[in-house]
Design a protein around this ligand. Structure first.
Ligand code: PHE
Length: 481
């Protein structure tokens, strides 16, 4: 068994007596008592010594107690200040009268009749006075008769002293008798020690391969950001390019260009954060207006009514990233287009563990000659499979800008089918005003939910908390990849 230097020093300090108080050892070892207790406990774990802890309670005088020390308790002092009787009025002029009179009566030392105080003759000191006398003599007393009374009156207070006795075990004795090398162990050799060969005779510190090293926490990408980056990687692999755009969008791009009627409930205050800012409409906006009012040059009837340019200019915090998809298409109306973005969107929501007013969407569009619903379902299936969700199903849905519309769901053990967003094929009412002549497959998926599922969270809000412990403890690659 390899002993540390401190263990050796402890055994040597214990010496032939084999047992000593920590305070005594501290003096011998020229260190603090707390350090000795610490070494002793470690050595105790290794079976070299036994450590015994003794807790002693004693009582010392309080400030008030010290004031009476040597003179006696107030009631005794006052009692001794008069002979057999005294008028109450005179007695009250004694500086301790206030405290003493009550106690003298309580102890049955005096009787008061007609304003005159008379000693009863039964004035022998009780256990409290005896204890107080011992205290005056020694400065401290152990618990005993009468002490509790003094404590209750606030004349003494409890003090706890802890002492440790360290005694060598047989094992410790054995090791000590073998002789211990007390030279300081060397952890790092100097160049000189190596060159001179001195290292051969130095006591070298051993490596303890059973010790866990201190944990190191290097910088780390946030778990949610890692999942987002993983998704970006998947989409790049699938041949998509990334689109980007601002958080602030005009209602035109967020709603009108997507053929959402201007009186659509989703535009109302409860869903959308409207901003004071306005943005000019793009050239050719009249085609969108005409589509809303009467279906433009198509067979659609539009929504009817009068379309307001003013309403379309009003800015909002984007409620979905589909506002970027339509702008990307407006700028690239010719096939092929395969684009995606991952971005934050904003909706007025009551916040709870699975709903937040801000969250991320993964938006994607595919425009090409003759793409159809089967391609759309295929893209979504492939994406989810790459994210580790094997069971995917599609339910019919509704969005003002797609026809048909489908809502993808993934199956999660323990949760069942979880809805993760919307998708569909853009209606002609959306594509025609921008001169887009080929089908556009589109989807917008809520990805914070995906992250929540992947990270095994119960509360979506955890993704946005600055919880360094959680970031540290979340493995870089969770289960699936
Ligand atoms: N924009 C829809 C949403 O926010 C999702 C969607 C995108 C639906 C594209 C169809 C097509 O839920």
């Amino acid at each position: 068994m390899e002993l540390t230097l401190n263990e050796k020093r402890l055994l040597v300090a214990l010496g032939p007596m084999g047992s000593a108080e920590a305070a005594v050892l501290a003096e011998k070892m020229d260190t603090r008592r707390e350090a000795v207790v610490q070494y002793a406990n470690l050595a105790g774990d290794r079976g070299l010594v036994d450590v015994e802890k003794h807790v002693a309670r004693r009582y010392v005088p309080t400030e008030e107690g010290r004031a009476y020390m040597g003179k006696g308790l107030p009631e005794r002092q006052v009692l001794d200040s008069f002979e057999e009787t005294i008028p109450m009025r005179d007695l009250q002029s004694h500086p301790l009268a206030k405290i003493a009179i009550g106690w003298m009566r309580k102890k049955g030392w005096i009787a008061i009749t007609g304003g005159v105080v008379q000693k009863t003759g039964k004035t022998a000191p009780g256990p409290d006075e005896a204890a107080f006398a011992r205290l005056a003599e020694k400065g401290e007393i152990a618990d005993g008769e009468g002490v509790a009374d003094l404590a209750k009156r606030g004349l003494v207070e409890e003090e706890e002293t802890v002492a440790y006795t360290v005694s060598m075990t047989t094992r410790g004795r054995e090791l000590l008798s073998q002789g211990l090398d007390l030279r300081e162990e060397v952890g790092t050799l100097t160049r000189e020690q190596i060159l001179s060969g001195e290292w051969k005779s130095l006591p070298l510190r051993r490596y303890d391969v059973t010790k866990l090293p201190k944990r190191a926490y290097p910088g780390k990408v946030h778990p949610y950001q890692r999942i987002i980056d993983e998704m970006r990687g998947i989409l790049f692999d699938m041949g998509f390019e990334e689109m980007s755009g601002g958080i602030v969008q005009s209602s035109f791009w967020n709603f009108d260009a997507l053929f959402q009627p201007q009186d659509h409930p989703a535009r109302e205050m409860q869903d959308t954060f409207f901003l004071g800012e306005r943005r000019p409409l793009p050239a050719g906006y009249q085609r969108v207006r005409d589509m809303h009012e009467h279906g433009g040059g198509t067979s659609s009837t539009g929504w009817g009514g009068t379309w307001s340019a003013e309403k379309a200019e009003q800015c909002v915090l984007r409620t979905h990233t589909t506002s970027l998809s339509i702008q990307h298409l407006a700028a690239h109306p010719k096939p092929p287009v395969r684009a995606f973005c991952i971005g934050r969107v904003y909706r007025r929501e009551a916040i709870d563990p699975t709903h937040l007013a801000e969250f991320e969407q993964l938006e994607g569009i595919v425009m090409d000659e003759d793409v159809n619903l089967r391609h759309l379902l295929g893209f979504l299936k492939e994406f989810y499979a790459k994210m580790g969700f094997e069971k995917v199903r599609f339910r019919p849905g509704y969005f003002p800008y797609t026809e048909p519309s489908v809502e993808p769901e993934v199956y999660v053990d323990g949760l069942g089918w979880v809805e993760l967003g919307g998708s569909g094929i853009f209606r002609q009412e959306v594509t025609e005003p921008f001169g887009i002549e080929h089908p556009v497959l589109a989807w917008g998926l809520g990805i914070s939910r995906v992250a929540m599922l992947r990270l095994g969270l119960r509360d979506l809000r955890q993704l946005y908390r600055s919880d360094v412990e959680w970031v540290r403890d979340t493995p870089t690659y969770g289960g699936r990849r």
